[in-house]
Design a protein around this ligand. Structure first.
Ligand SMILES: NC(=O)C1=CN([C@@H]2O[C@H](COP(=O)(O)OP(=O)(O)OC[C@H]3O[C@@H](n4cnc5c(N)ncnc54)[C@H](O)[C@@H]3O)[C@@H](O)[C@H]2O)C=CC1
Ligand SMILES: O=C(O)C1=N[C@H](C(=O)O)C[C@H](O)C1
Length: 234
């Protein structure tokens, strides 16, 4: 299939390698303000920057090109993207993390949250560690993890920082260390012990492979989907 890469940075280049190895053709490599004709592509993969993701996505949907977005930090416009996708009968997938491992980790996190929900002696908190070039904090993955806990416990929201006076908030610590592709931990601390679940990405290949698999999957479909649909995780 003919792929448009919207964003040709670290992820765009990693996706290019995997897409070509799976027999696809890259017909557009859009960086910054490049002017493109999106209709040249069968499908678009957006890994750009928080300020650009929404306009990249609307350009695809307005031109009947299905679009995968992995860009984080733009979700204040997510509902508008969903509405446009429905209006245009298009195809759209956003995932804060496209790796198979993290999508399993998301389900594990929800199961653990259910089990911990009645144990009031445990306090939940999270940490995400990423490379120093990352623009947003907390990471999209950490936000999805927090949402998984909120759905299954009495927690109401999350806060960025290591302490919160709000009993109903989940504190998320964001650390920036050179070259770290992405590490996420969820802790339940009590006076007597700690339960920890952790996902460590060793490189960006898992994110990129998941995005290409999602692009292959959405090609003949219309609707708004998630990685859970793509991977058929129950
Ligand atoms: N969902 C997932 O699995 C993953 C998501 N990400 C997210 O993907 C995004 C990109 O990550 P990286 O590739 O590491 O960043 P990067 O900074 O290496 O690449 C972003 C690229 O987008 C370009 N860009 C700027 N304006 C643009 C526009 N209007 N249209 C198209 N491109 C534009 C920049 O010039 C840059 O080359 C970030 O939001 C990051 O958090 C990163 C890894 C995995
Ligand atoms: O910016 C990154 O690099 C990553 N961003 C995503 C996020 O914000 O969760 C996914 C992954 O952790 C890498």
């Amino acid at each position: 299939m003919k792929i448009a890469l919207l964003g040709y940075g670290r992820m765009g280049k990693e996706i290019e390698k995997i897409a070509i190895s799976r027999g696809h053709e890259i017909v557009i490599r859009k960086d910054a303000n490049d002017v493109i004709d999106i209709t040249l592509a069968d499908v678009a993969i957006d890994f750009s920057i928080p300020n650009s993701a929404f306009s990249n996505i609307t350009n695809c949907l307005n031109n009947n090109v299905p679009v995968i977005s992995g860009t984080t930090g733009w979700l204040e416009n997510y509902d508008k993207a969903v509405a446009l996708c429905k209006e245009k009968n298009g195809g759209f997938i956003y995932a804060s993390n496209f790796s198979v491992g993290v999508n399993i980790f998301f389900e594990l996190n929800k199961q653990l949250a259910k089990m911990m929900s009645t144990l009031k002696e445990y306090n939940v908190s999270m940490e995400e560690i990423h490379h120093t070039k990352k623009l947003d904090a907390p990471s999209g993955t950490a936000i999805t993890l927090a949402e998984g806990v909120i759905e299954n416990t009495s927690k109401k929201d999350w806060v960025l920082g290591d302490e919160t006076s709000e009993e109903n908030s989940i504190p998320i610590v964001a650390k920036r260390i050179p070259d770290v592709p992405g590490t996420h931990s969820v802790w339940y601390n009590s006076e007597v012990d700690t339960i920890e679940i952790k996902h460590t990405a060793h490189n960006r290949k898992g994110f990129a492979l998941g995005a290409v698999i999602a692009a292959e999957w959405i090609l003949d479909k219309t609707g708004v989907f998630s990685m859970k649909d793509v991977l058929n995780i129950s």
